[in-house]
Ligand binder design. Structure first.
Ligand SMILES: *[C@@H]1O[C@H](CO)[C@@H](O)[C@H](O)[C@H]1NC(C)=O
Ligand SMILES: *[C@@H]1O[C@H](CO)[C@@H](O)[C@H](O)[C@H]1NC(C)=O
Length: 392
């Protein structure tokens, strides 16, 4: 379940409460100088008038810091620094407030649902949080989506329907705006508590949040997109932070057909990305995959599409040549003296038990050598064959 949360996060970024949320999350700017924001994510699914399920998590930038335990009604701290600089008492207070919220939210929504005759099943997502702008006032936000589309937001101490959300959103906002105390609490939490908590988290989690891990990159051939065409795949993995730039290039020219996948989480909190290009088979020569990432400090990774196979052909040729030479040398030495232990050619030293007679030992050594040679030949030849067959 935990592993799915970053995906959910990603889902909200790309398909959830629309471009507005993506803009607020601000992850589109690769060279963001500002510290990461704090996000509280809530997803509630309502199956019918008596069944709902809510999932909640908190994030600093791309790192999950907390989740809500529905059964215990407690905050789960996921990192050693997840308490920031808040005292036990402040955290207890916060937890009590969240208990009240998560307890009353489902029944309030169910009530609204019968009042406005909402059709089941439906899903509500809430994204709230804050970000600090060094030297300027902090910024807070709360956006809610209904069935995956922007629905309403909390701004300037009141609930506002999202543009295009229709009369349902307008009516719900009108109703919510009657609850003065709730608005006051929301305002205080968003304006004061959130930025204070975030400042403490940024300080306590500094080393993990500012961690830089270099990506590894490699290229491979994808399933053929059609006759005479190639799918070039560039894999980039193990990087942190998440922002990365990967393109297929011809020289300094970015190729327009580059298709970028979603940035997916690795199990160790680093990220993975796959970028593909569909080209005519004859046009793949000379293409490169270029990777820019903050950890590389301007030294981009450049992988040549055809560099790797040529390198491989050369190794295969060298190995074949060595094998041929060994066989020639072998038979020449055999002719010179049939008593020489052939294995010494391969650097294999046999420790023969003293009681075994010399002739037996020679035979044993000879058999071992033959086995070793044929294994070497077969395994290298197979590897060469596989690599060469991958070329086209
Ligand atoms: C409500 O939905 C849940 C989950 O799908 C289901 O198990 C339950 O039977 C439903 N209850 C009613 C009254 O329809
Ligand atoms: C936590 O740290 C921030 C910034 O360093 C500060 O503004 C805030 O008052 C601190 N809070 C507590 C409870 O110490």
């Amino acid at each position: 379940m935990l592993l799915l949360l970053p995906l959910l996060f990603e889902g909200i970024l790309c398909h959830g409460p629309g471009t507005k949320a993506a803009h607020i999350l601000g992850l589109h700017h690769p060279a963001a100088e500002e510290p990461p924001a704090f996000y509280l994510l809530q997803t509630s699914s309502f199956a019918n008038h008596s069944w709902q399920h809510t999932q909640s998590s908190a994030w600093v930038g791309e790192l999950q810091t907390h989740r809500w335990d529905n059964d215990m009604g407690t905050i789960v701290f996921l990192r050693p620094w997840s308490q920031g600089n808040f005292s036990e008492e402040e955290l207890k207070h916060l937890q009590a407030l969240l208990q009240l919220y998560f307890h009353s939210f489902p029944s309030q929504v169910q009530e609204l649902s019968s009042q406005f005759q909402l059709k089941y099943p439906f899903e509500i997502q809430v994204l709230s949080g804050c970000r600090l702008h060094p030297g300027k006032a902090s910024e807070s936000f709360l956006n809610a989506a209904y069935q995956g589309s922007d629905f309403l937001s909390f701004q300037d101490n009141s609930w506002k329907p999202s543009p295009g959300a229709g009369s349902l959103a307008q009516n719900v906002c009108k109703l919510l705006n009657h609850y003065r105390v709730i608005k006051e609490i929301m305002k205080r939490i968003l304006r004061d508590t959130c930025p204070q908590f975030l400042a403490g988290l940024l300080e306590a989690g500094k080393s993990e949040l500012e961690r830089q891990v270099k990506p590894e990159a490699w290229v491979s051939k994808g399933p053929s997109p059609g006759p005479g065409r190639l799918l070039l795949v560039c894999h980039v993995s193990g990087f942190f932070p998440k922002s990365v730039w990967v393109r297929w290039m011809r020289g300094q020219q970015e190729l327009p057909g580059t298709q970028q996948g979603e940035v997916l989480p690795n199990a160790d909190t680093t990220w993975y990305l796959r970028v593909t290009l569909n080209v005519a088979a004859g046009e793949a020569t000379g293409l490169t995959c270029r990777v820019k990432h903050s950890s590389l400090r301007g030294h981009d990774i450049i992988i040549h599409w055809d560099g790797y196979p040529i390198f491989l052909i050369l190794i295969c040729l060298a190995v074949l040549l060595t094998l041929v030479m060994l066989v020639v040398a072998d038979s020449w030495i055999k002719k010179q003296s049939s008593n020489v232990n052939i294995c010494s050619l391969h650097g294999l030293r046999l420790n023969v038990p003293t009681k075994v007679n010399i002739q037996e030992a020679r035979n044993l050594g000879h058999q071992l050598c033959l086995a070793q040679k044929s294994w070497m030949k077969n395994s290298f030849l197979n590897k060469c064959k596989i690599s060469l067959s991958k070329l086209r």
